[in-house]
Design a protein around this ligand. Structure first.
Ligand code: ADP
Length: 616
């Protein structure tokens, strides 16, 4: 999917050559911050590895020339050739030493790379996740943003190091090249020119294709996300049940494969084009090499240069060619890395809503919660989900919200808990707008469970502790909360009590019934005794009527001075509230106590009677 406001990458050409280096400083900083000693070792080893090949080539010349000299002397009948022979042997030993050092240095580079790769991967992943923690729910629900997150997660953790590897490799090759150029210059300036020109076309084609590969990758984020989702559906226990009974498997697998087929086709075309051009243009390099070979050989035959020089020039030319093409490929690869890194930095630079308030208590303590003319429209939605809501919830009040599915009940709770901000109007707690509250002070005041509460595949106790991070590991608090939420009985019957692993992902994990999970979730509400606003969004739908009645009498007795808000479809529960809101299509159409609403004989009374008849 292409979006209008995203900058579209272009292929690398001379105009945007700097694109290959754009994020190098940031990537270098990341690597440096990951491990200073490793970065220094990496850089030093790179420098040494840059100089050594030219030194080895020069020694090659010395060896051949001293061997030729010794051989000539020997053929001329000299019996004592010890000195030239020793010289030749000395050069051979020196070359062997340098080759050993070079091998060690190259190993060193590879060790630094491996260690940095592991550390940097972790660092970048943590950065991505830390950033995710600062984002709003709205951003999470935005599919374009989700694409950014997927793209950043998929590639970006390996790219900073890849970029630095290439940058350092480029430095190494540049050093080698300068030393080769100095040597080759002595033979002929033209040979030097041929060396560079012969490698250029491959570079241009590489750069063009890496740009294309990146564009494909970027446009594909939605497809990749779809495939990830299908994988989750097909491979996880919580969806396995439905996938089996509806026999969805083959259908979903088909869809999964169809996406691959499409992606594969595009990839195949690109790969074939990339490699065909790479081969054709690479031929130019070989032609250049053999032309220069002929030239150098002729020079040796006619005595312009020695045999040793011929060996050295050939070696230098050949290695020079590899170094030039390696550098150019590195530059185009760096361009590609930069494109991928742009994803990471784009994601990390995603603005976050940082201007939250600082209030730790309200202007009018004891005022409770007020909705003043609150309306709310979901981002990208055409119509308002909540319209003109006015409401005052006093401390200690028990409020029930009823209404059809989709009427806006949960949305109201999401606004109250500041997960979303009203598009119009203001919500206050103790006289201070929610937006002016310091987020953690606000969190402390609320204890909430949603209809789609999380079933963490942790220990039972940790599932209770999740409701209050301060008590996440507090075993006594677990037990107290479970008693209040009426979950203690079944927890005690579990094999390892509060230490039973839940879910099927991990060893010995145990599954719970829907009702048992709801009891866990309810207990989560009670693990935060300091919260004075408790919210239950249809928490008892999976329980039997007796369990629900018990829960609610328990709930009332533990929330005497606290605000309790609950959403329920059971009027036996709803009628126990002091105040009832009837919500329809985003508006409060009726409110009052059970008796008042019955007396009005309107929507509430109608719904109540309908359900009561069902029980007769
Ligand atoms: P209820 O809790 O009363 O069943 P909700 O508050 O969950 O209803 O939903 C009210 C309306 O808002 C529905 O029409 C639903 O489609 C829409 N809605 C709910 N959540 C979102 C969301 N995250 N993004 C966009 N629209 C949403």
């Amino acid at each position: 999917m292409k979006t209008q406001n995203e900058p579209q990458p272009h292929s690398l050409n001379l105009k945007n050559f700097s694109g290959a280096f754009q994020y190098s400083p940031q990537a270098l900083k990341l690597v440096w911050l990951t491990s200073k000693p490793l970065t220094i070792a990496f850089a030093v080893a790179t420098l040494i590895a840059g100089f050594l090949p030219a030194a080895i080539a020069i020694l090659g010349q010395y060896i051949v020339d001293s061997v030729v000299l010794a051989a000539n002397l020997h053929q001329q009948g000299n019996t004592d050739v010890t000195e030239p022979q020793n010289t030749a042997l000395f050069w051979v030993v020196l070359e062997a030493i340098l080759v050993i050092v070079l091998a060690a240095v190259q190993r060193g580079i590879s060790v630094c790379q491996s260690l940095l790769r592991a550390q940097l991967g972790e660092k970048v992943n943590v950065m991505i996740l830390e950033k995710a923690l600062t984002l709003s729910l709205t951003q999470f629900e935005d599919s374009e943003f989700y694409d950014k997150l997927t793209r950043a997660r998929r590639e970006a953790s390996v790219r900073p190091l890849a970029l630095i590897n290439k940058l350092f490799g480029l430095m190494q090759n540049a050093i080698s090249l300068v030393s080769y150029a100095v040597i080759l210059w002595q033979f002929s300036f033209w040979a030097l020119l041929v060396l560079f020109i012969g490698s250029f076309p491959v570079f241009i084609s590489e750069a063009k294709f890496s740009g294309e590969a990146f564009r494909l990758f970027r446009w594909r984020a939605p497809e990749t996300r779809q495939r990830l989702y299908l994988e989750t559906l097909l491979g996880r226990e919580d969806s396995a049940k439905e996938v089996k009974v509806f026999n969805l498997g083959p259908r979903l697998l088909n869809r999964y494969q169809a996406i691959f087929d499409k992606i594969y086709l595009e990839d195949k075309k690109l790969t074939i084009r990339r490699d065909t051009w790479g081969w054709l243009l690479g031929l130019l390099g070989s032609i250049a090499f053999y032309a220069v070979y002929i030239w150098i050989a002729l020079a040796a035959i006619y005595g312009t240069i020695s045999l040793g020089e011929m060996t050295m020039y050939l070696l230098v030319f050949k290695q020079g060619q590899s170094a030039v093409s390696a550098s150019l490929t590195a530059i185009s690869g760096m361009y590609e890395d930069n494109l991928y890194l742009s994803n990471l930095f784009e994601y990390l630079d995603q603005p976050v809503d940082s201007d939250h308030g600082t209030a730790t208590f309200g202007k009018t303590p004891g005022d409770g919660v007020r909705f003043n003319n609150v309306s709310f429209t979901y981002p990208n939605a055409k119509f308002a989900t909540l319209k003109n809501i006015n409401l005052h919830i006093k401390p200690g009040q028990k409020l029930a919200i009823v209404g059809e599915n989709g009427s806006g009940k949960t949305t109201l709770i999401k606004l109250l808990t500041n997960l979303y901000q009203p598009t119009e109007g203001v919500i206050t707690l103790d006289g201070t707008p929610l937006s002016s509250w310091e987020p953690s002070a606000l969190h402390q005041r609320f204890s909430v469970i949603f209809q789609d509460f999380m079933r963490y595949q942790f220990l039972v106790g940790e599932n209770l502790g999740a409701g209050n991070v301060a008590r996440f590991d507090d075993e006594q608090a677990w037990v107290r909360a479970a008693e209040k939420g009426l979950a203690d009985k079944f927890i005690n019957n579990l094999q390892n009590g509060y230490h039973t692993q839940l879910g099927k992902w991990f060893k010995d994990g145990q599954e719970l019934s829907g009702g048992q999970w709801q009891k866990i979730a309810l207990s989560r509400v009670f693990i935060k005794p300091e919260a004075d606003i408790l919210i239950l969004d249809e928490p008892t739908s999976a329980m039997d009527a007796k369990a629900e009645a018990e829960i609610f009498s328990q709930f009332k007795s533990h929330t005497e001075n606290r605000i309790a808000i609950f959403i329920s479809h059971r009027f036996s529960t709803v009628r126990t509230a002091d105040h009832i809101l009837v919500v329809d299509n985003g508006e409060i159409i009726e409110q009052g106590s059970h008796e008042e609403l019955l007396a009005k004989n309107n929507t509430y009374a109608h719904l109540f009677k309908l359900q009561a008849e069902g029980y007769q």
